[in-house]
Design a protein around this ligand. Structure first.
Ligand code: GLY
Length: 573
């Protein structure tokens, strides 16, 4: 029987749900095309999904601020972008208030208390790759729900329940799959079946998913309702936590109820620095992204990129030589600062970075073997997701969030309907041993109980003349750092608008392997020849990054950059 004193609250929840169901299932509202010159001043959301961007916009229209909208987008992405949007993963937020206050929130996953340094090695001390990549043992303790609660407690304006309502509507009412979304779910069906013997809504009951099919996730809706009702405690304690622990026990995982109860998001001091007079506000460790981004910007600042031009040989050579040095530093020095003393001041020192470029010569390609000793990073997964949000007052939120690989560990918590991450693979699985390049290192990022694994995620906000200028970030594993770097340079040095800067073809170098990766048609044939003649090994590959960014232009209007490499979409008013 219904409790009479709860009736107004229940009616209120139903009205909220109906409102968001109507708005989100039609989802036309403020949708922007891929390029816009319209005059948006009231607020903007750019994310990997039109449903999530629209959810954020509806929150802004209800009077929510950028943090309110970001919380709604994070929960909506957990429903409509299961590849990387998540409840069972983690991420980072960089915030700048209209008044210039800055903050960085770390809701990265942690290793469980029972985790050990060698947990992914076999009896011969060789890594068993599948164990850190797939199944229950691959999951770190999730941080996203704690992160959203911490952000909302500090900066939110609307009620927590209001922010969860769009996600609940999308999970319970369903959303229409895009062609890409259907294809990606079908591509993962075998993995879902292997790791979810009790079934999951992500596998179609009969046949395969098609564009326009409605994906309804009732178990996920129930989990979101628990979170709406009890905050983070609705996830880390009570029925949802019990379902996670049961899932772990069924699949041989090690995460316990105590691990879940102990999880806390952490406020950290952002990494800040200046590039050509602009203030860069970005993520500190356990992300390597912010430090690496600032190092790259410091290394190229003395040079006339604007005169050389976009993706011309001198520009690419300089940026690649900077990347070579920064990724070597990253491999040797970066890890969870709560466990390892990261030499942040040295790495961000301008003299250090100028000196680091001292051996660079225009005549020929540098040689990574001569740059430094350290551990080449293992290949990183690229299926994270990023979203950017601004409100009418100029408050800005930059969030990058992840399950690590696409659909994380492939394990969907039975009864709770969400995917668990495979973030444990972001640790150095075998520190102290020579890797495939014969180099030794990686102790900074060795597995330890309660430790956060190193990340490349680089959510960033840029300030110009004391005002908001840009909000930027991307998925892409180790290419995240270079994609954010190039997007900022495209705007600042090459005067591109936001969409053009996002669309622009990218390249990437990460010290080892000693190759320059290029998107198709990133450079012309003359540039290709010049670089090859100097000894650069150029390798064409698929898309690099999936940047979702916002620029506040000189007239004070918001310009979107929604990456056409995915289904990404901006919503604004
Ligand atoms: N899992 C991708 C990252 O954290 O960088």
């Amino acid at each position: 029987m219904l409790n009479a004193t709860r009736l107004p609250q229940i009616i209120n929840n139903i009205l909220l749900y109906l409102f968001f169901t109507l708005v989100l299932t039609s989802c036309a509202g403020g949708q922007l095309g891929r390029s816009t010159h319209q005059e948006y001043r009231q607020g903007m959301v750019v994310s990997a999904s039109r449903y999530a961007s629209e959810a954020g916009l509806q929150i802004l229209k209800k009077g929510g601020n950028a943090v309110d909208a970001a919380v709604a987008v994070q929960f909506a992405l957990a429903v409509v972008y299961p590849n990387a949007g998540n409840l069972g993963g983690g991420g980072f937020m960089v915030y700048r208030s209209a008044a210039g206050e800055t903050a960085a929130l770390d809701f990265r996953e942690k290793a469980a208390a029972a985790a050990t340094r060698d947990m992914y090695l076999d009896s011969l001390q060789n890594p068993v790759v599948e164990k850190s990549l797939f199944g229950h043992l691959a999951a770190g303790v999730p941080g996203s729900v704690a992160g959203m609660e911490a952000a909302h407690k500090r900066y939110g304006k609307l009620s927590w329940k209001t922010l969860l309502a769009p996600a609940i509507a999308l999970a319970a009412g369903g959303y229409k799959l895009s062609a890409r979304g259907a294809e990606e779910l079908n591509g993962q069906a075998a993995g879902f079946r292997q790791y979810n013997l009790l079934g999951t809504a992500l596998v179609k009951a009969a046949g395969t998913w098609k564009e326009g099919d409605l994906l309804v996730q009732q178990e996920l809706a129930a989990t979101l309702a628990h979170i709406a009702e009890r905050g983070a405690a609705g996830f880390y304690d009570g029925p949802v936590a019990r379902l996670i622990v049961e899932e772990m026990q069924r699949g041989g995982g090690i995460m316990t109820a105590a691990d879940l109860r102990a999880y806390r998001a952490v406020w950290r001091t952002p990494v800040t620095g200046i590039y050509r007079g602009l203030k860069i506000i970005t993520m500190p460790p356990p992300s390597s992204g912010g430090i690496a981004l600032m190092q790259l910007l410091q290394m190229v600042e003395p040079y006339p990129l604007r005169r050389w031009g976009f993706n011309k040989d001198s520009t690419i050579q300089l940026m690649v030589e900077a990347e070579r040095r920064v990724y070597a530093d990253r491999a040797a020095h970066l890890g969870d600062p709560d466990f390892h003393p990261v030499p942040q001041h040295q790495l961000l020192n301008e003299n250090y970075n100028t000196q680091r470029m001292a051996g660079f010569t225009w005549e020929r390609s540098g040689n990574s073997a001569q740059i430094a000793a350290g551990l080449a990073a293992a290949p990183e997964h690229e299926e994270t997701t990023h979203f950017s949000v601004v409100d009418r007052n100029g408050n800005a939120v930059s969030i990058t969030t992840t399950l690590n690989g696409s659909y994380g560990s492939n394990v969907v918590v039975k009864g709770a309907g969400f995917l668990l991450n495979n973030e444990m693979d972001d640790f150095s699985v075998k520190p102290g041993s020579p890797n495939m390049y014969g180099l030794v290192g990686g102790k900074a990022n060795a597995i330890a109980p309660g430790k956060r694994m190193l990340s490349s995620m680089t959510p960033t906000v840029v300030e110009k003349d004391g005002k908001l200028f840009m909000v930027v970030g991307t998925p892409g594993g180790s290419t995240i750092i270079t994609s954010v770097f190039q997007t900022i340079v495209n705007v600042v040095d090459f005067d591109m608008g936001m969409q053009a800067a996002v669309n622009a073809r990218k390249f990437h170098h990460q010290w080892l392997p000693d190759e320059v990766y290029l998107e198709k048609e990133a450079i012309d044939s003359l540039t290709h020849r010049k670089l090859t003649n100097k000894g650069y090994r150029l390798v064409e590959r698929g898309n690099i990054g999936r940047v979702d960014a916002i620029l506040r232009n000189k007239w004070g209007y918001y310009e979107a950059g929604a990456d056409p490499r995915g289904d990404d979409s901006a919503a604004a008013w």
